[in-house]
Design a protein around this ligand. Structure first.
Ligand SMILES: Cc1ncc(COP(=O)(O)O)c(C=O)c1O
Length: 402
């Protein structure tokens, strides 16, 4: 029997997966590719020794309890630790009952959509926007509307004109070192976004996995920190600041909403990996998290700077690069007439990969943009391959003007 269904039939590999499949195929054929297409944190910076030591301690102290079934509301101690952690973003009033751990913020986002978004609902996203979130939103509604990004975040005049026109279920933002554009939402916009949500009675979903990755250590107040009327739900994650394989993320929201989300969580998978919640709790409270964070920031700062230098020196005239002040990505706008999607195979011929930026736009626009990742690239690869990529782009530009 062929197992079918309208939802499953609508699914296919994600847009970015199509790129990674090409890279995997070359790898399987023994052809090394230098990929700036990834989106992973640097594994050499994972605190393996600390986690090993903490895990031994957890087993010594708790025995089998740390891998037993546990409450869907999460590990109580971690909820308290995360409530405290939120002060880093000037969210000063969070209590354990406002916090709910999830299996990564991806699960949190899916569960929130499952709870709130129906097929006719409108969801506003930044354009460009993280593709993983776009895929989740699209699995619930056809009305995912991209709002253009400006230098300092989403164009809020455009947001307001949609809000005036029709009800909006939620507005999704990645305010810090956005994936993919590296942009940071200004303080003014954070305040105004919350005011708009209040005025038009809608919800802001703040996705903030990169907020602590500012190269100079600057941490912006969360959008949530301006929320006085429960119009913002915050999503955090340890994926980029400890390790993604732990699968620990969390939401911060009003206590009654959080309690309802516990019921959604019970439907999805009962509980977050029990031992991972303990590892995260102890890493935050017993290890030198700030020293660890400084190592990540410094490593990424140096890699990003090298990449910007290479781009400025070698990419064709008319390219603009958003110089990242943190995070893991770098965003390049090629001259308007160029098509980064069509150019992909030309560059990939020489075993260099990037992500065409149009994947990040809900309407498939932005064809002259590309996202480059610097967190997992060595300085040698960046120094050698970014100028090579620049030469290839120049050659392509000379041959193919749209
Ligand atoms: C903006 C954004 N949100 C969420 C995620 C997924 O995070 P998690 O590993 O916590 O599910 C990513 C991963 O790249 C991301 O870039």
């Amino acid at each position: 029997m062929k197992i079918t269904g309208s939802f499953i039939d609508s699914l296919g590999p994600s847009a970015i997966r199509a790129v990674t499949m090409k890279i995997d195929a070359k790898a399987a054929a023994g052809i090394p590719v230098v990929s700036f297409a990834g989106g992973k944190p640097a594994p050499e910076l994972f605190p393996v020794e600390d986690l090993r030591r903490l895990t031994d301690k957890i087993f010594e102290e708790e025995g089998g309890q740390c891998i037993q079934y546990a409450p869907s509301s999460g590990y109580g101690k971690l909820r308290g630790t995360l409530a405290e952690f939120m002060k880093r973003f000037q969210v000063n009033d969070a209590k354990p009952e406002n916090i709910l751990p999830f299996s990564g913020s991806a699960q949190a986002l899916n569960s929130i959509c499952r709870a709130l978004v129906t097929a006719e609902d409108t969801v506003l996203v930044e354009a460009p926007c993280y593709t993983g979130s776009l895929d989740i939103f699209r699995s619930y509604t056809r009305n995912v509307v991209g709002i253009p990004m400006e230098e300092d975040g989403m164009d809020l005049d455009a947001v307001e004109s949609v809000l005036r026109e029709r009800p909006v279920r939620l507005i999704y933002v990645i305010p810090d070192f956005q994936n993919p554009s590296a942009r940071v939402m200004s303080l003014e916009k954070r305040r105004r976004l919350v005011a708009l949500a209040q005025q038009y009675n809608t919800l802001v979903l703040e996705d903030a996995p990169y907020s602590l990755l500012g190269f100079d250590g600057t941490v912006m107040p969360a959008v949530k920190s301006f929320d006085t009327q429960d119009n913002v739900v915050y999503m955090g994650s340890v994926s980029k600041i400890i390790a993604p394989g732990l699968r620990v993320g969390w939401i911060v929201g009003p206590a009654d909403f959080v309690q309802k989300m516990v019921y959604v969580k019970m439907i999805d998978d009962l509980q977050v990996n029990n031992i991972a919640q303990r590892q995260v709790d102890r890493f935050f409270t017993e290890c030198d998290f700030d020293a660890h964070l400084s190592r990540i920031r410094e490593t990424y700062r140096v890699r990003a700077a090298k990449m910007v230098e290479g781009i400025r020196a070698s990419f064709p005239e008319g390219c603009t690069v958003v110089e990242p002040k943190g995070g893991m990505f770098l965003w390049v706008e090629l001259p308007q007439e160029m098509d980064a999607m069509e150019m992909f195979d030309y560059v990939f011929e020489q075993n260099i990969a990037y992500v065409p930026g149009s994947f990040f736009y809900p309407d498939g626009s932005g064809r002259n943009t590309i996202r480059l990742n610097f967190s997992t690239s060595s300085l040698e690869d960046i120094s050698e391959k970014i100028p090579e990529m620049g030469r290839l782009i120049c050659a392509y530009a000379a041959q193919h003007r749209r």
